[in-house]
Design a protein around this ligand. Structure first.
Ligand SMILES: Nc1ncnc2c1ncn2[C@@H]1O[C@H](COP(=O)(O)OP(=O)(O)O)[C@@H](O)[C@H]1O
Ligand SMILES: [Mg+2]
Length: 371
């Protein structure tokens, strides 16, 4: 295995008064595949280019294995990088493109670059394409050349910045599989930037969520899904519903939350990330679509939410429903229920929704600005 640990200590980047990356601490294990997700402008590319050495951090330290790389030039870092745009040299053949990093690192003297380039091209299944120029390749093939070029010098760490963003869905899925299999075969440590949450969840050991330059949460995909630390993470990883509620009572173990002046949810408190609550606070209640049960309206039941079914989408084993809640403005609630006889509902029906209180997440609302 060629992978090594990657440690970031207080890495940050400011451009004048733009805080592109707030101080980040991050430990990535040797051979681990970590994805960085976040909306456009959240600092993903800036973070990656600092690790690669193309941007100097404003503060902080970058370690690969035990080696401090913070002040080391990019071509002496032994870190492979696949850029957002493949950035192949248009006037160079595939062979020259892939061999370029060896030349930059002075490794083509002593040991012949040929066999290394051949091995890298074989790895990405492009043997036989050595003499073509980039414009003679499809998007997918250009992307493979970029991967071969990043791996040709056996780097212990490989960085990829939205490498599949320009490919269509089918090709993207095939390449995800291939990148993952190359990574596992080589045991290289990968930091992979994508704005596609599904891609991050399927490929990664852990996912790091960035928001406005901050690393908001990092964890295994299932941990982020089950235990997001903020509404932002909850919304970014999977589908979730948000409702506004008010804290009606709190006994230290159970929070009673009143929703839509109708339903009181008694939520076990220990599930929540160090938030603090007081009676009367308005809070955000987050619920995954599979944690809401849907049934026919029952006027005698005053412990459920009522609404109108506005849409049903059959998706095989499950069905996705949308419900406009009585007396609540805002987005419709999304519910996933098993398909079949338990769902004898049609569009326009009045329905009753039951929420599993032990599955919801409660978040403090940001303080209203004082006028
Ligand atoms: N060279 C630069 N000068 C000034 N601001 C920059 C520069 N590069 C990036 N930024 C800003 O830093 C923030 C993060 O950008 P970037 O890392 O490219 O985000 P992402 O890759 O997540 O879309 C953005 O607000 C961007 O405008
Ligand atoms: Mg970017």
């Amino acid at each position: 295995m060629i992978g090594q640990t990657l440690k970031l200590r207080g890495i940050e980047k400011r451009y004048g008064n733009v805080r592109a990356v707030e101080p980040i601490d991050l430990d990535i294990e040797a051979g681990e595949f970590v994805s960085i997700v976040g909306p456009s402008g959240s600092g993903k590319t800036t973070l990656l280019t600092m690790i690669a050495g193309f941007e100097a951090p404003t503060a902080g330290t970058i370690l690969v294995g035990e080696r401090d790389l913070t002040m080391v030039a990019p071509n002496h870092r032994d870190i492979g990088m696949v850029f957002q745009k493949y950035a192949l040299f248009p006037h160079m053949t595939v062979h020259k493109n892939v061999g370029f990093p060896l030349k930059m690192r002075g490794r083509s003297r002593g040991c012949a670059p040929g066999p290394r380039v051949d091995a890298a091209l074989q790895l990405v299944q492009l043997s036989g394409f050595e003499h073509r120029y980039p414009h003679q390749l499809s998007g997918g093939q250009q992307q493979r050349v970029a991967v071969a070029r990043a791996l040709v010098f056996d780097p212990p760490v490989l960085l990829m910045d939205e490498p599949l963003g320009a490919l269509d869905k089918k090709l993207r899925e095939a390449m995800q599989f291939e990148i993952k299999s190359i990574q596992e075969r080589l045991g290289v440590t990968v930091v992979y930037v994508t704005h596609d949450q599904e891609e991050a969840l399927t490929m990664s050991d852990r996912v790091a969520v960035m928001n406005k330059g901050r690393l908001e949460q990092i964890g295994r995909p299932d941990e982020l899904y089950a235990n997001p630390c903020s509404p932002f993470v909850a919304d970014f990883v999977g589908t979730i519903n948000f409702l506004q509620g008010r804290i009606a009572a709190w006994n230290g173990a159970i929070l009673a939350i009143r929703i839509a002046d109708r339903l009181t949810l008694e939520v076990p408190f220990e599930h929540h990330h160090g938030a603090s609550f007081a009676c009367g606070d308005t809070v955000t209640v987050a619920i995954r679509p599979e944690h809401i049960a849907i049934g026919p309206e029952d006027p005698t039941d005053n412990q459920s939410l009522g609404g109108v079914l506005t849409n049903l989408v059959f998706a095989g084993a499950s069905t996705m429903a949308r419900i406009a809640l009585d007396g609540l403005a805002g987005p419709e609630l999304r519910v996933v229920a098993p398909s079949g006889p338990t769902l004898p509902l049609e569009r326009g029906n009045r329905v009753r929704l039951t929420i599993s209180p032990d599955k919801v997440k409660i978040f403090n609302n940001p303080e209203a600005p004082k006028s």
